[in-house]
Design a protein. Sequence first.
Length: 534
Amino acid sequence: MTAGPSERVAAMLTLLRPVADEIVVALDDRAGNEDARTLAGVADVVVPFPYAEPVDRPLPWLFRHCSGDWVLLVDDDEIPSRRLIYALPSLVAADDVTHYWLRRQWLYPDALHWLDDHPWRTDYQLRLVLRDHRLVRFPDETHIPIEALGPCRYIDAPLYHADCLLRSAPERLAKAQRYERLRPGQRIAGGPMNHVFHLPERRPALSQAAVPEEDVVLIDETLSAAPVRRAPRGRLAQPATREEIDRFWSGRLPRESDYRARLELVDPVEEMFAAEQRTIAVRVENLGGQLWPWGGADIQLATRWLDPDGSVVREGLWSPFPADLPPSQADVVPVNVVAPGRPGLYRLLLDLIHDRVRWFGCELSVEVAVRPSCRVGVAGDDRSVERALTELTEERPHVEPVVIERPGPGPPRFGAPRVTDLHAYLFEGAPTVRPLWAPTLLARTARLFRAARRLRRGREIGPLPRGARELLAGLAQCGLLLVVGTAEADTCALWERAALVHTARTLGVEVELAEGALPRAQGPLDRILLRIIR
């Protein structure tokens, strides 16, 4: 896609002509008729189109003008290296990948050097893809114009980016600000992504590397290209309309009549356990006039949970379409659902949502009884936990165990989900001197219990270290805490176990102490802690 100048673009495309079966150029309406004739001398097809933001808007439409098995995307301010040109035939001959990421090297401050510094050094771009619409999608997201499924490779043969040579600093600043407005808040290398990439002069002491001599000649010939009269090679297609282009663009706004659908449960959902995650099948029929794209596009199937009063108690997950859904067709969509954490009677609402635009308003409402959780928290030493998990599998196969353990340097020791124990929260950074030790632990433990009471009442728990928040959230989803094994016969281990047990009871979780789970008391404080546990 380009608006010119056509002489430079034609010179760049001439480099690719020996290895390309077909060159397709989309020429936006800021260019003139002479530009179209110049580009037709090197391209097979030149298609005029009306320009509109965002810049990648025509990309899915342009793909449909290509007929080859593979498509290489090149911007008009880029220049392929000689290594890349030589590599292309072997890359597209591979049968074990569906796409390639090409390394883009930013030329700066001249055509002899490129930025060998973060983040420019690792600017890999998805540019070479199989032209298979089952594997490729085009998100409406700035700087992510294309996504591909399947195995891929990263290619070090560079594609040179000449933006810093072709535009002045004020022009690049305006470009960065325009991109920032389209998708604000992106960060990289400690700064705003668009400003960091496009304004390298703002970074002191940048590392630079020399461009190979064979590429210096190639870059210089492209950037200094003079007008060349060429015999027309390709055809000049009829100008595209805005409607033709936006038909394939995921960011298009449908008409009011397109926000229509019919939802139907394939299998009934009458009850779930608290905090249970389940996949349910929903048949979705497209009653509008536009295609809904697959794989995480802007239109998805979303869920919400309502209490008997009609208040939203939980915003659910979004589920994408598994394949494109054309108008007047229906498909089954697997929907991921997570039940509320508290037992009760709820309504599950399913509806289509257009991200950042609106709900469709075609709600399907299902009454669901949420039963007490079948999750069981398991705490103890490794050997006892392993034995308890085996017994639970054999004797209570309907429960889902959650292991409460201290994270170690290696992988998780058990296959069950796990949450971090209280050791780090209680003891990290605590004084080692006994007179100061107890007040610190008392303060931290009291803070934990207050947070547990607030969580049980459905209120915000306030600031807590991440590990303690995860423990509270994990325990709150359990119906039972099973304490197994023998606790270490020291006051710190007993304090930690007493805090865990009392936290569970504060949350309304039943506690079961396995035989031998408690040691003998060694002193007055130990006896107090044991009474709390019992």
